[in-house]
Write a protein that binds this ligand. Structure first.
Ligand SMILES: [Zn+2]
Length: 237
C-alpha cells in the first residue's frame, strides 16, 4: 500500500464514521497502518471533518515520530500505536464515543453475546477493561489506555473479538483492514443497542450457548466459512 492510498483510505474512514452516526462532536478517530513500511496515518486533532483532505492526514512511525503532515495528530494516537504493536494482524483502528457502546463502557459492563448478529462478527462478549488507576492517567494517560486494552486481551484473540470497551470511556475497534475496523465499530454499536433492549426485556442473562456462538462465528470466520460467495476467501480470522 502506498502512503497516498493509506492517507486517502484513512480520510474516507474518518468521514464514514461520521456518516454512520458513530461520532458525537469530535469524539472519533480512525487510523490505518502500512505494515510493510511500519507507518501509521491518522486524522489530525480537532479539525472539522468536512474540511479535511488526504494531505491533512498525519503519518507517523510506530513510535509516534511524525513522518509526514503539518498538523498535530489525533490526541488518541498513542493508544492506536500500542494496539498496532500488540496486535500484529490488524490494519486499522477506530475509536468513537458512539451512544450505546459508550453506555456499556460507562456502566463498566461487557456486552454479552445475546444473539447471532453479535456472534457473526464478535466471538463472545465484548470485554470491558479495568479502570485506569490514578497513577495511570498522568502524562502517559493515552499510552496507558492502550496498555489496559492489551492487558484485557491477555487471554483473548483480537481477531476473533475485534472490539473493546475502555471502562468509563468508550469503545476501540479494529480489523484486518481500515474498512473492517469501521464495519466492526458500526456492528458493535448495533449489538450494544440490541443487548440493552434484550436486558430491558429479559434482564441480564448468560447469552447464547457456546454451540450457537461457535456455529455463527465460524460460518463467517472459520477455515470452512460458508457465508458469502465461494470465491470470497477473506475469512481466515
Ligand atoms: Zn475517547
Amino acid at each position: 500500500m502506498t502512503l497516498q492510498q493509506l492517507k486517502r483510505d484513512v480520510l474516507r474512514a474518518n468521514q464514514e464514521i461520521v456518516r454512520l452516526g458513530l461520532v458525537m462532536d469530535t469524539f472519533g478517530n480512525v487510523s490505518g497502518i502500512a505494515r510493510d513500511q511500519g507507518l501509521v496515518a491518522i486524522k489530525p486533532s480537532g479539525v472539522a471533518y468536512d474540511a479535511l483532505t488526504p494531505e491533512d492526514m498525519v503519518v507517523t512511525d510506530l513510535d509516534g515520530k511524525i513522518v509526514e503532515g503539518s498538523l498535530k495528530p489525533s490526541s488518541d494516537l498513542a493508544t492506536h500505536l500500542i494496539l498496532y504493536r500488540a496486535f500484529p494482524r490488524i490494519g486499522g483502528v477506530v475509536h468513537t464515543h458512539s451512544e450505546y457502546a459508550t453506555s456499556w463502557a460507562q456502566a463498566m459492563k461487557a456486552v454479552p453475546c445475546y444473539g447471532t448478529t453479535h456472534a457473526d462478527y464478535i466471538h463472545g462478549p465484548v470485554p470491558v477493561t479495568e479502570m485506569l488507576r490514578a497513577d495511570e492517567v498522568g502524562e502517559e494517560y493515552v499510552r496507558n489506555t492502550g496498555e489496559v486494552i492489551v492487558r484485557c486481551f491477555r487471554n483473548l484473540d483480537p481477531m476473533a473479538v475485534p472490539a473493546v470497551l475502555v471502562a468509563g470511556h468508550a469503545p476501540f475497534c479494529w480489523g484486518k483492514t481500515i474498512e473492517d475496523a469501521v464495519h466492526h465499530a458500526a456492528i458493535l454499536e448495533y449489538v450494544a443497542r440490541l443487548a440493552l433492549h434484550t436486558e430491558t426485556l429479559a434482564g441480564p442473562g448468560p447469552g447464547i450457548p457456546q454451540h450457537l456462538l461457535d456455529r455463527h462465528h465460524t460460518r463467517k470466520h472459520g477455515a470452512n466459512a460458508t457465508y458469502g460467495q465461494a470465491t470470497r476467501k477473506d475469512s481466515e480470522a
